[in-house]
Design a binder for this molecule. Structure first.
Ligand SMILES: [Fe+2]
Ligand SMILES: [Fe+2]
Length: 400
């Protein structure tokens, strides 16, 4: 006999509903899935899978006005033979609806049908997550997402998602990500601060790093265009305005001019700064950064303001100090570095406000963390590649 093992209900908020059923019945949160048709959180008592769903479209939900629909949606039987049961369904007036999943040997694969009254139900051979025999190969449940388990509500090191994320815990994890891969921890920047590079090396780094500040409009310029909120657009407009004019923080000198002044102080001309042969790491980072800043506002802003800008305070002042001391750069020559040291310190609560407003669901918060992590990872690949070039210039001139 077939086994009734799956109930699917459509809810307003996946995490809130999950917490409700977990608290009341002690069921376990066994996984989640985010697919094109919608998102699902799966609960289980060890026998039956209760799927909490949020559909993205009427077509996927199979109901009109799915945006406002909540309630019981469908149920599912685990069966021994999909074909045999399909024949029986059709011989008795049921009709095939569609397959969810493309591999019927995988857990959570569903063949969906409608009964003679049009009511949707699934059959599955492998079962669902949390049913006996339904082995997980989709996103495993975050370890402490069961509200009954409050024993480990403190953030673990390493930042893997283990509990419901809040603005505060997202900010703490972002801090942790920065601590694990600080810009200053990379030998490229340690070398700058500790004065182990000769002039050729510093010039090379200056040219390669110019791939970011000299092309900034391609990144936050996009963020301005896609920002959905007029008040935040104002703030981004200020960033774009400051970068391109310097009229807020840097006495009317644009940031690209500040960077060119730095290059000039090292003996590098404008032409070679705008069109140097960039190393692969810089080209790759530019491509990534342009892409992510144009993707969704939340991803763009996470990459730009939570991964990028947050890495800077403190370090740039020290770089400026070293450049003055070792290469006798004047204030104009180091102003790019000093301006960024102070300008960015003022933005410390921007992250919190951004997260409060734009990252309101668990999915959003996960996306923020993923974006910050990947941006920092790619940034470090760029540093690695620049550093390789810097090392090749190690012996070509005496250390200054
Ligand atoms: Fe289902
Ligand atoms: Fe800037």
């Amino acid at each position: 006999m077939a086994r009734l093992r799956h109930f699917a209900i459509v809810v307003k908020n996946l995490d809130e509903s999950a917490a409700f059923y977990q608290k009341v019945f002690g069921v376990e949160r066994v996984g989640e899935e985010h697919l094109e048709f919608g998102s699902g959180v799966y609960l289980s008592d060890g026998e039956v899978n209760l799927a909490l769903l949020k559909y993205r479209s009427d077509a996927a939900a199979g109901v009109a006005d799915s945006a406002n629909f909540v309630g019981a949606h469908h149920f599912g039987f685990q069966v021994d033979d999909l074909d045999e049961v399909r024949n029986l369904i059709e011989a008795n007036g049921g009709t095939f609806h569609f397959d969810l999943g493309d591999d019927e040997t995988k857990v959570n694969f569903e063949r969906k049908f409608k009964d003679p009254d049009g009511i949707i139900f699934d059959i599955s051979q492998t079962g669902w997550l949390g049913t006996p025999g339904g082995v997980s190969d989709i996103i495993p449940p975050p370890r402490n997402k069961n509200p009954a388990d409050n024993s480990a509500m403190q953030e673990p090191k390493g930042g893997s998602p283990t509990m419901a994320l809040t603005t505060q815990s997202v900010l703490e994890r972002i801090d942790q990500i920065h601590k694990e891969k600080p810009m200053y921890g990379h030998p490229l920047w340690t070398g700058m601060v500790e004065n182990t590079f000769n002039l050729d090396q510093v010039r090379y780094l200056c040219k390669q790093h110019g791939g970011i500040p000299l092309h900034n409009q391609k990144y936050h310029g996009r963020l301005y265009v896609i920002c959905p909120d007029p008040e935040w657009r104002e703030l981004i407009a200020e960033v774009v305005y400051e970068e391109s004019t310097g009229r807020i923080f840097s006495d009317g000198v644009s940031h690209h001019t500040l960077y060119l002044n730095y290059a000039k102080a090292l003996g590098l001309g404008r032409e070679e700064m705008y069109d140097p042969p960039y190393c692969g790491g810089v080209v790759a980072f530019q491509a990534y950064f342009e892409m992510i800043c144009a993707k969704t506002f939340l991803e763009g802003v996470s990459a730009h303001m939570l991964a990028g800008e947050a890495a800077i305070p403190g370090l740039y002042g020290r770089i400026a100090g070293q450049l003055r001391k070792t290469f006798a750069l004047d204030e104009e020559g180091v102003k790019y570095w000093t301006v960024h040291d102070t300008a960015d310190a003022e933005h410390s609560d921007v992250g919190r406000r951004l997260l409060d407003q734009f990252a309101t669901s668990q999915e959003d918060r996960q996306l923020v963390l993923k974006t910050v992590q990947q941006t920092i990872d790619i940034m470090h690949l760029m540093y690695d590649d620049i550093y390789r070039g810097v090392l090749e210039l190690a012996d070509k001139s005496a250390v200054a």
